[in-house]
Design a binder for this molecule. Structure first.
Ligand code: ZN
Length: 132
């Protein structure tokens, strides 16, 4: 397993970590298999989305903020229930195939860390199960 440390720049931010994950695969020595990415945080998520047009992820964040408004009358005393809910909705973990030592993503896809209660320093755990 390898760990990435990512500093998110704003309260809500999407950080493309595709290059960093591929570096971690090289560090692990993984050539082929299944990669699991996991964030050990309750206000963050990992996703696969388009990484060519930044409007795609801007639209995603704007839509999520409409679906789960920041001031939604929540009970949680920390005041960051929106972040906790969106973290659960997007998910703390994803699985991506690895081929030839790199993530086998589609042409327009990137792997992204999403933080909903930053700015913070975040960890992404990268582990690979090999095909032999
Ligand atoms: Zn909280």
């Amino acid at each position: 397993m390898a760990e990435l440390t990512i500093r998110t720049p704003a309260r809500i931010a999407i950080c493309d970590i595709t290059v960093e994950v591929n570096h971690a695969l090289a560090q692990i020595g993984a050539r082929d298999g299944i990669c699991n990415l996991f964030v050990p945080h309750t206000t963050a998520a990992v996703i696969v989305s388009e990484n060519w047009d930044p409007d795609v992820t801007a639209d995603l964040l704007a839509h999520l903020e409409r679906v789960v408004p920041r001031d939604g009358g929540f009970k949680h005393s920390e005041g960051n229930s929106q972040a906790h809910i969106l973290s659960v909705m997007l998910g703390a973990s994803i699985v991506i195939p690895v081929s030839g030592g790199k993530l086998a993503l589609g042409r327009w896809q990137g792997v992204m860390l999403v933080e909903f209660d930053g700015p913070r320093e975040r960890t992404v755990r990268v582990s690979v199960v090999g095909e032999g």
